[in-house]
Ligand binder design. Structure first.
Ligand SMILES: C[S@@+](CC[C@H](N)C(=O)[O-])C[C@H]1O[C@@H](n2cnc3c(N)ncnc32)[C@H](O)[C@@H]1O
Ligand code: SF4
Ligand code: SF4
Length: 294
C-alpha cells in the first residue's frame, strides 16, 4: 500500500472492522449461471470461533459477512449467529433464501439477510429452479415480520438489464423500501483469470453484459464491485486459506497465522485506482471498465 495514500488508509481502517467468512462452497441449489465450484471443505464452528476470538483480541470487530455455498445448509449456522450476536457483533448472511431457519435467530436486529433475487419470478426461476422465487420472497417477507434487516443482491445479464425498473417497482410494492445491489454477471475476463471460481455455466438466456452496459450499470446503480472499489477485506475461505477480498485467489495467509501477519499482507497488496483493490492485476476482470470511468 502507498502509505501516503490517505484514502486507502481511511478505507482500510473501516475494512478492518469487518470480516468475510465463506465456511463452505456446497449448496442446495444448482443455479445455471453460478460461477463457483462446489468443493468439499467445510469450516467447523470451532475453527470459525477460534479465528474470530483471535481477531477480536487485535481489532474492533463490528460486522461479519457470511457467504457460501449456502450457509443456511450448515447445521450449526443459526447457533453460530446467536453466539456472535450475543457478543454484540452484527452478522450479515448472503443467502439464496430457500432454507428457512429464521425462527432460530434470537437477536433479529443484529442480523442482515442479503437475499439473492435475480429478477421477476419467471427469470429468477429459469436460473435458480422452479418454485425458488416464491420461496425466497416468502423468506424475505418473513424476515421483515421478524424484524431482521434485509437487502437484495441481483445478478444482471443482457436479458434482465432493461427490466430493472420494473423489478425495483415490484420489490418496493412487495417489501417496501429495500436496498438492491446489482452483480453484473462475472465476465469472461473474470472467469479466465480466477483459478477456482471459474464456472461458465449456461449462456443462452443469460448473456454477459457488453463493456458499455457494464459502465452504464456501474454508473447508475449500486453494484459489486462498486465503481470506487475499496472492496478488500480479510476473507477466510472454506479451505482455511485467507485472502484479501471475497473474490481472492492470491492467499495472504492461513487460518492459523497471526492476525497481524494477515493484516500486514493485506495492507501490502492494496493499490490501483479509486479506493484500491487487493489484486490489482485482476480487479475482477473489470480493470478496463474502472479505467474508463475514472
Ligand atoms: C456464490 S453466491 C453464495 C450465496 C448464496 N448461495 C446465494 O446465492 O446468494 C454469492 C453471490 O454471488 C452471486 N452470483 C452467482 N453467480 C454469479 C455470476 N455468474 N455472476 C455474478 N454474481 C453471481 C449470487 O447471486 C450471490 O448473490
Ligand atoms: S448462486 Fe448461490 S444458490 Fe446458486 S448455486 Fe451458486 S451458491 Fe448456490
Ligand atoms: S479483486 Fe479487487 S475489485 Fe475484485 S473484489 Fe477483490 S478487491 Fe474488489
Amino acid at each position: 500500500m502507498d502509505t501516503n495514500n490517505a484514502r486507502y488508509q481511511k478505507q482500510l481502517n473501516q475494512v478492518l472492522r469487518h470480516l468475510y467468512i465463506n465456511p463452505l462452497e456446497k449448496c442446495n441449489l444448482r443455479c445455471k449461471i453460478c460461477y463457483t465450484k462446489k468443493t468439499d471443505p467445510i469450516l467447523t464452528q470451532k475453527q470459525i470461533l477460534d479465528f474470530i476470538d483471535r481477531y477480536q483480541n487485535e481489532y474492533d470487530l463490528q460486522t461479519i459477512t457470511f457467504c457460501g455455498g449456502e450457509v443456511f445448509a450448515l447445521k450449526y449456522y443459526t447457533d453460530l449467529l446467536n453466539i456472535l450476536n450475543s457478543r454484540g457483533i452484527f452478522t450479515q448472511t448472503i443467502t439464496n433464501g430457500t432454507i428457512d431457519h429464521l425462527d432460530k435467530i434470537v437477536l433479529p436486529n443484529l442480523n442482515n439477510l442479503i437475499v439473492s433475487i435475480d429478477g421477476l419470478a419467471e427469470y429468477h426461476d429459469s436460473n435458480r429452479g422452479a418454485g425458488n422465487f416464491h420461496k425466497s420472497m416468502h423468506f424475505l417477507k418473513k424476515a421483515h415480520k421478524l424484524n431482521l434487516h434485509t437487502e437484495i443482491f441481483s445478478i444482471v445479464t443482457k436479458q434482465n438489464m432493461d427490466q430493472i425498473d420494473i423489478f425495483e417497482n415490484y420489490m418496493r410494492q412487495e417489501l417496501g423500501k429495500v436496498s438492491i445491489t446489482y452483480h453484473p454477471r462475472k465476465p469472461p475476463s473474470y472467469l479466465a483469470h480466477h483459478p477456482i471460481s471459474n464456472i461458465e455455466g449456461e449462456i443462452s438466456g443469460f448473456d454477459y453484459l457488453t463493456d458499455s452496459e457494464l459502465v452504464q450499470i456501474m454508473q447508475t446503480r449500486n453494484t459489486f464491485p462498486p465503481k470506487e472499489l475499496g472492496c478488500y477485506q480479510i476473507s477466510l475461505a472454506s479451505t482455511g486459506i485467507v485472502y484479501g477480498c471475497c473474490e481472492g485467489f492470491r492467499p495472504i495467509g492461513n487460518i492459523g497465522d497471526p492476525i497481524e501477519k494477515l493484516v500486514y499482507s493485506l495492507r501490502n497488496r492494496i493499490g490501483g485506482p479509486c479506493l484500491g483493490c487487493s489484486q490489482t492485476e485482476f480487479m475482477c476482470g473489470i480493470k478496463h471498465i474502472i479505467n474508463k470511468m475514472n
